[in-house]
Design a protein around this ligand. Sequence first.
Ligand code: SER
Length: 589
Amino acid sequence: MKANELRKMYVEFFEKRGHKEIGSASLLPENDPTVLFTTAGMHPLVPYLLGEKHPEGKRLVDVQKCIRTGDIDEVGDDTHLTFFEMLGNWSLGDYFKEESITMSYIFLTEYLNIPVERLAVTVFEGDSVVARDNEAAELWMRNGLKKEQIYFYGRSENWWGPAGKTGPCGPDTEIFYDMGKEKCGEDCGPACSCGKYVEIWNNVFMEYNKNEDGTYSELLQKNVDTGMGLERILTVINNFKNVYETDLFQPIINKIEDITDTKYTEENKEIYRIISDHMRAATFILGDFKRIVPSNSEQGYILRRIIRRTIRLVKKLGVNRNIVCDIAEVVVENYGETYSELFTNKAFILEQLEKEYLLFSKTLDSGLKMAEKYFSKLEEGNRLSGDLAFKLYDTFGFPIEFTVELASERKINVDMPAFEQKFKEHQEKSRKGAAEKFKGGLADNSERTTKLHTATHLLNAALRKVLGDSVYQRGSNINSERLRFDFSFDRKMTKEELEQVEKIVNEAIEKGIDVMCTEQTVEQAKSDGAIGVFESKYGEIVKVYTIPGYSKEICGGPHASNTAELKSFKILKEESSSSGVRRIKATIG
Ligand code: SER
């Protein structure tokens, strides 16, 4: 079975049972500063799990793009990935354990034709806070599972969430596929990592909220959140041995073979797999509407890390030219119909990969030479000093994980505490920068800041007009003196461009245009051409501010009622904010 067919079958199965399909949210979480990426389908649904009414109702189904960097060291084995798609069905205060378990059972055994004896499930054994989940176990048995197929585990295995530090969570029942191998020992069960059991689906009974202080309170409603990894379930139902055999990976593997003139053999299988996984993740991160670019902090750092690791692995295959763009193109082709943002952002994806390649390939060789020199002075089991690891980072752009990987290939350790010490100062600086960057919005709602806010919209629109649609808001901050606007663009603006932008904004002011506000769903707003940073919450009603002929943006307001109130607009400064991000300070009146 192919991925497209399975996605469709899953969604239709739940649609027939009263669920409404919702689109995948962004990979970059909207409202949760505690995580860098969307790690599960539940992430964008947190407000609704907490009780807010979802416009599409109480039963939802989706296919969500996810990134989990926690598994990055496992990538290369048969099943672990950084990017994956999660099939999910949701009850927001509607059905609970019985329907959830029964539907999962029917889908797996009747639609995917998995023989019941190949299933094993785990349930929560209970602790001092939450009781043993005998109900779930009984429901599985009622559906036809034998007692021996049901395993009870504690919190480490059968408790899910929250996705960040706080939020909805609860006991779960996980469904495994038994690969048919012998048990590796007496204790072998679904929690064992010998490869006999592969987790395919997780049904979480979300009835609790984890609070700041670590305590749990009951949620207003009992929810069900299920998640099934698309790549894994495809592997299982096709009787494949690993996720790379699925049609989600085959075109990528074939492409790597073609352009490197090497083969996907046992010997370089791991390199192929890591390249395929990382390039899929990088393409999706770059393809997201949020316009993340490789950098030295937060999501940008993860992106940089996976691209740079890929570049080095390509080199290990003996190829010394940029093939990351060719691989990304295959990912775009393979996924673009399902995730149209990849088509929309294709040029941006390729441009950023090319840039990162050029940046890193310049220092990679000399960095590798330098690293080799450092290592040659050490013996197996020795430690590379924090200073030298930092030098590789600072001078040659080697992400620390990359240095650790190089070192471990020579059985050398890295003095991480010393490195971290060195790194801390730098990190704190960028964290502060990031906090600033995302703070955005209005410092106060005085008349002047309101007008500056309207000027910000005009500026955003003018920048896009002059520099193109790859310009995207990355931060906004307003005080009574000036506006400050950060946007994605990777070079200094010319004097002419700045003048042109200023001219467009002033022209809009002179025309004295009424600023209009309407309320629409995100989807309507988007299809009307509104820009804004809230693309992901499907069905949500948002305010759209329009300055006809100039700007249309999803925004909470408030705004001036007519552009004439701004009197005039002047750019004070254009400078770099961080890699790939420019900053403009400007004022009005
Ligand atoms: N949130 C659960 C998981 O990620 C089920 O969707 O496994």
